[in-house]
Design a protein around this ligand. Structure first.
Ligand code: MLT
Length: 332
């Protein structure tokens, strides 16, 4: 995590004076924020390297850095289903050098944790939505069931002898594992990891049976025949996985979930800094190379209209209300 941003130690007063006329011409108010960015920007990923959140972040980090004229690095801060990282970013300096990439977990955390040390709305300023990502229900190769109907029957028979991996309470994979167990009416044995990158490694190694994870982390393995796929959790099939039915088609219409990623900075970050990050995000998402890389993983960048603070603020509050209702239902 970045320490206090010490502009004065990095730039001589002569250099600072030299840029002042340019800043005035550009209509900037002066001060350290007007020079943003003049240092490395860290995007904090709340899960392990190699997983879907990490992958999405690394796809956009370089093009964002090019637009900003700064180095953008990715730092993985694992723990407690993403809440450790969110708490750290909430407490970081609001200077635009510490940015959080989080997903749907930002909206489920308040319903899942009584002792959350951050408020997703009050402690952050939204930058913009990044992607919309379908999830897939997959098993280790050779588990047995050949389609979702068979899998449901298998889970009803085998129950807690079946292991399902996820990335901790608050992760998207944990949410999907909960929804799957509720939809089938069984309790499986949950195996938490620091991220679904390591969870997928164990699924491939046969150490766990099931995983519900984003296509970002499963499309390659499904297409390569390394895992068995039962369904995608979105209303529509996914273009790169045309043979995988939706949960509705395959008999579990109540199991519908789409993951959304978004960028946040600590509350109090200056508006012009947020605007610079927003522009960089929109530029990255419009980059054909980014669009292609995402498409191969079954995911799509959001529109420029959604890569905005306003759209993210709306999505976040709507999703907090939704998941509060769903997750506080009796029996959950
Ligand atoms: C999740 O389940 O929330 C993510 O897949 C975690 C990750 O990015 O590793």
């Amino acid at each position: 995590m970045r320490a206090t941003h010490t502009t004065a130690t990095r730039r001589s007063s002569i250099a600072a004076l030299a840029v002042l006329p340019l800043l005035a011409l550009a209509g900037c108010s002066g001060g350290s924020d007007a020079a943003y960015p003049d240092d490395t920007i860290e995007i904090v990923v709340p899960f392990a390297a190699g997983g879907p959140t990490d992958t999405v972040t690394r796809i956009v980090a370089d093009p964002m850095g090019e637009e900003l004229g700064a180095q953008v690095v990715v730092q993985n801060v694992e723990g407690a289903g993403g809440t450790v990282a969110a708490g750290e970013v909430a407490a970081a300096d609001p200077d635009g050098y510490t940015v959080l990439m989080h997903h749907i977990g930002m909206s489920t955390a308040p319903a899942l944790y009584d002792d959350l040390n951050f408020d997703p709305v009050e402690d952050f300023a939204p930058v913009g939505l990044v992607t919309e990502v379908p999830m897939t229900i997959v098993s280790r190769s050779g588990l047995g069931p050949s389609n979702l109907e068979d899998l449901v029957a298998y889970l009803e028979d085998e129950r807690e002898s079946v292991t399902i991996a996820h990335a901790g309470v608050g992760s998207a994979s944990n949410l999907c594992a909960r929804l799957l167990q509720d939809a089938v009416g069984v309790e499986l044995t949950e195996v938490p990891y620091d991220g679904t990158g390591p969870a997928m490694a164990d699924l491939l190694g046969g150490q766990v049976d099931l995983l519900c994870d984003q296509t970002t982390n499963t499309a390659g393995q499904i297409l390569g025949g390394e895992v068995d796929a039962y369904a995608v959790t979105t209303p529509e099939r996914v273009e790169v996985l045309p043979d995988v039915p939706t949960t509705a088609e395959a008999g579990l219409p109540d199991l519908e979930i789409g993951v959304w990623h978004a960028l946040y900075v600590p509350a109090g970050t200056p508006d012009e800094v947020i605007a610079a990050l927003e522009t960089a995000l929109q530029t990255a998402l419009a980059d054909p190379a980014v669009v292609d890389q995402m498409a191969e993983l079954g995911i799509a960048p959001v529109s420029a209209a959604d890569a905005t603070p306003e759209a993210l603020a709306e999505r976040l509050s709507e999703q907090i209300a939704l998941w509060d209702d769903v997750l506080s239902e009796p029996g959950r």
